[in-house]
Structures are given as C-alpha cells and as structure tokens.
Design a protein around this ligand. Structure first.
Ligand code: TXA
Ligand code: MG
Length: 316
C-alpha cells in the first residue's frame, strides 16, 4: 500500500490518478477514513467490496461535491434539497431515488432503488472528488471492525488489495455520518450519526428507526464496530483485568473518552479507544455509561453493536 501524505505536493493528484484507473485508495473524511473507488466504475466499486470483505447486499455511500453533482445521480426535491442546503457539506447522508441512466456502477446500490449521497466537508476529500467525480466510499475498516479515524488505524489493520492511503491526520468528528431517508415529508434516521435528531427535527418531523430488520440500510443488520476484546457496556468504574474506557472524571482509566463529559469529544475518540484496547492486547474492555441524548444516541448505537454477540451489560 502506497503511503501518501496529504501535506506533500502531488499526493492528491497521485491518489486521483489511482482512483481514475479504477484502483482503491483510503481517503480522509471529517467523519472516518473511507475506502474510495470511482462510483461509475465496476472495477473501482468491486474492489471496495473485495478489500473490505463486505457482503454484496450492503450498498455504498456515493460522495459528491454538493447539490449539483447529486442532481446528476438522483431525484432531489423539497425536503431533501433543504437538508442539503443546511447540512452539506457535512456528515449527513441522504437516501434518494436513483436517476435512470445515472453514471454509476450498479454494484453501488446493491440492487436497491435508492442511492445514498453525501457531500463531505473534508478539504482533501473534496479536492479528490473535484478531480475524479463522484466517489463511492464505505468506512475503511474490514467488515465488522471499528471504523478507522487515524492513519495508524489503517496501518495496523490494512484492508487487503488497497493501492494507497492518503493520510491527513485524525478525523475531526470520529463517528460516521447520519443516514436519513425521506418519507412523506418525514425524516427517517436509518443510522444515527454526527447530525443529531434534534438538529434534523428543526426541518421536519424526525423518527429514529429502532428496528434494524426494517431498515432500508442493510449495513445496520450486521454485527459491527467490534474490537477483538470482549466489550462490557455501562461499567461505571475500572475493574481488574479489563481495559477501562472512561467518560467523565476517572483516576484509573486506561483510556479517557472525555474527562469533562463532552459528547463531541467522546465521539471523536470512540473508535480510537476501541482500537487502543486491541493494541494493548486486552481480552476484556469495559466502557463507562454514556448519556443517551444528542450525540450520545449515535455513540451508544455503535457501542451496542460493537458488543452484540458477546454482550455483557452490567446494568441490564
Ligand atoms: O461518515 C460516513 O458515512 C463514512 C464516510 C467515509 O463517508 N462512510 C460510511 O459508509 O460510514 P459505510 O458503508 O460504512 O456505512 C454506510 C451505511 C451502511 O449502513 C449502508 O448499508 C447504508 O449506509 N447505505 C448505503 N447505501 C445505501 C442505500 N442505497 N440504501 C440504503 N442504505 C444504504
Ligand atoms: Mg462502516
């Protein structure tokens, strides 16, 4: 895997070249690192599924510069346009009816009628899209593992068959975008994320989809974000033999999400904390309770799915 430092002159151009040839490059975004491929290329998109070992029924988000590029690919109206105007560029992914004849590999949507679109705000990602056109990119972790938020996470666990890593330091948000659908003037949150339901509900009635089996987002039905360590949730204090991830003041934590109890800081450090547990070789990791409000809803959703299977929850 070629290492490209985004600060170096020519790094972006090199990454854009590789992508234009149908190759795959790990790219920085404001949420998490993504594994990008040219959205219009079967070769570029198939390479993503292969490198991530991602089930082919799990579609990919297509990244665009903004509304104009989105309009080439999907039908946008009313509420969707207002959400784009307000939240783009940024961590909001919108499911929209795909346009007939759009220049997209059919693999991107995994046979679904809707296309997931997002305009990222990360300047390097935007520079790339400006050179290549729309880029498909899931988070750059192997399927099921925590999402990488720093170049060293990729280097510790590189997806196979990826041609380059375009490194640009830690991601500012650290948690993935919110994925929303629009139904009869309502916003349906398929995946909670950086944009909270409170922020969305200023624009239309908003519902968080609780039942994953009903979700149009196939990615939500799989176990995900899991570190190798067994994860215990809602553990208020460090316990002997566990790698403890604290939230709020703690004297003996192995990792601190946010000493001041700030949810945005905790979101930014969440996946890093899970990966630190593995890097330290922990068999068991525990996480302090996180308030289930605002950004805490997305954090808890990730933690619950990371713990699913081997879940031990000391409060329930
Ligand atoms: O912040 C993010 O969203 C990051 C960065 C790289 O943009 N990307 C990301 O992609 O998290 P991924 O593939 O890890 O998660 C995308 C989610 C999955 O749950 C997937 O099933 C859903 O969005 N999704 C993608 N396309 C869809 C579609 N056409 N219909 C329904 N759900 C879709
Ligand atoms: Mg992902």
């Amino acid at each position: 895997m070629e290492y490209l430092d985004a600060c170096d002159a020519g790094a972006c151009l090199r990454a854009a070249d590789l992508l234009s040839w149908g190759k795959n490059v790990v790219v920085p975004s404001e949420t998490v690192y993504g594994l990008a491929g040219l959205a219009r290329s079967d070769l570029g998109v198939a390479g993503i599924f292969k490198a991530k070992k991602r089930p082919s029924d799990n579609p990919l988000i297509v990244h665009v510069l903004g509304k104009n590029m989105a309009q080439e690919l999907a039908h946008i109206e009313g509420l969707a346009e207002r959400l784009m105007d307000h939240f783009w560029p940024g961590p909001l992914t919108i499911l929209l009816p795909k346009k007939e004849g759009a220049a997209l590999s059919s693999l991107v949507t995994a046979g679904l009628p809707q296309l997931a679109l997002r305009a990222p705000s990360h300047p390097i990602f935007r520079e790339l899209i400006a050179m290549t056109g729309p880029l498909a990119a899931p988070s750059a972790n192997p399927s099921g593992a925590p999402s990488p938020t720093r170049p060293e996470h990729i280097l510790a666990n590189p997806p196979s068959g990826v041609d380059a890593l375009l490194a640009a330091g830690p991601c500012a948000c650290g948690l993935e975008s919110t994925v929303v659908g629009i139904e009869h003037g309502h916003i349906i949150i398929h995946r909670p994320g950086m944009i909270t339901s409170e922020a969305l509900s200023a624009h239309a009635p908003t519902t968080i989809l609780r039942d994953r089996e009903q979700s149009a987002s196939p990615g939500l039905r799989h176990r995900h974000y899991a570190p190798k360590a067994n994860l215990i949730l809602n553990q208020p204090k460090p316990v002997e033999g566990q790698f403890h991830i604290a939230f709020g003041p703690s004297a003996h934590a192995d990792f601190q999400l946010s000493a001041s109890g700030d949810l945005a800081e905790a979101a930014q450090r969440l996946f890093h904390g899970l990966m630190e547990a593995d890097r330290m070789g922990a068999k068991m990791a525990s996480v302090a309770p996180i308030p289930n409000e605002g950004l805490g809803i997305a954090i808890n959703e990730r933690l619950q799915r990371a713990a699913a299977g081997g879940i031990i929850d000391v409060e329930s």
